[in-house]
Write a protein that binds this ligand. Sequence first.
Ligand code: PLP
Length: 426
Amino acid sequence: MPQQTIRNQLANKLAAKQERSLLRSLLARTHTDAPTVSAGQLNNATGAPAYRNFSSNDYLGLSQHAEVIAAFQSGIQRWGVGAGASPLVTGYTEAHAALAEALAAWFGVERVILFSSGFSANAGVLHTLRAAGAVPVIDKLCHASIYDGVRGYLGTAERANKAKQGSSEFLRFLHNDYTDLQRQVDNLAFASEDEQEHALIVSEGLFSMDGDGADVAALVAAKKRANGLLMLDDAHGIGVMGQHYRGVFDAPGSKAIDVVTGTFGKAFGMGGAFIATDHLIADSLVNDCRHLIYSTAFPPAQAEALLAALKVIQRGDLQAILQQRVQQFRQLAAEQGLRISAAAANAPIQPIAIGVNELALRFSKALAEQGLQAIAIRPPTVPNGTARIRFTLSALHSEQVISELFAAIADILAVDKELADACTVR
Ligand SMILES: *Cc1c(COP(=O)(O)O)cnc(C)c1O
């Protein structure tokens, strides 16, 4: 009977999601979406198939880049395909160390610690800092991995104790609203006399679903007032944003950020992640972070490929192509009256707001019928009532494909009045 109950529960949950146009499924894409040629060569002149994926985070096309692929291949010749162990056992190689040192030098931080994924890096660093008494104060729109790092961490007794004091395991502030942040930090100080010293302010650098950025200088000021720590997840900014493509590290005041999470799954085109920080926090991660200690290191060949990717990123020519595509996208979208975001002016993330889940799905499906991949983003990934198509631009896109995208959008909206009303400003 219990087995049946559990299965019934699962089935009911899925049925409820289906009802609200929130059911998700895995779709296997074909390799023809990912032509193995370098960015910039992808146009009609080469005869290569055009890149029509507008939902990938491969902003610079490094997953397909010839230099990166060559480095991965020669890395495999040297190391084989796997690390063979977790980092503290024998999984951390000279290839990993070289990558970590190159990143630390580029950012100007003391240390970089590598993780298997951004999800585990965020959850891991938050567990470690929580265990040292930090109370996270989190921007409401932060990524799921940040919430996984702070939820359900306290034991029952500790939780009850906190509840009695009127505080919680973590606090949230309204998105990019630093007045509300200050209010939350003050609440924390009120709940317990010495609590203020432990505030850990958490935000993203470039927000993943909205393409808008945090104000680093304001966050640094807030952390100083709180006498706490500042952690920024810049999964989407590093490699793409900023004068030197270092994301939040290019922002004024960045020296005072305590922890930065970056991932290799976005601009770097592969997978894996890192925490950039100081010696004290790095040593604490190496000694206490279970997500690091008990998880297999990513392959050393991949570390070599990532080092090659870093060199391409530092050159900046792909970012110049990307920026042209972003501006072309925004101009065409504005001409059609689509709801683009002013705050995402230079970002590779360009959401078109729709609102209703079912309409967002319909838009995505209509684009798919024209061979254009642009996935509908629905709750709980974004707040209720804010379903959208989150278009992402890449250096792999040709100018022509972006023109084709907007021709397709014009056709779709011409025959679907309801959808047109939802996603255009008139
Ligand atoms: C993708 C993402 C992560 C997770 O990184 P992975 O390496 O894909 O696990 C964390 N934070 C943000 C903001 C992200 O967008």
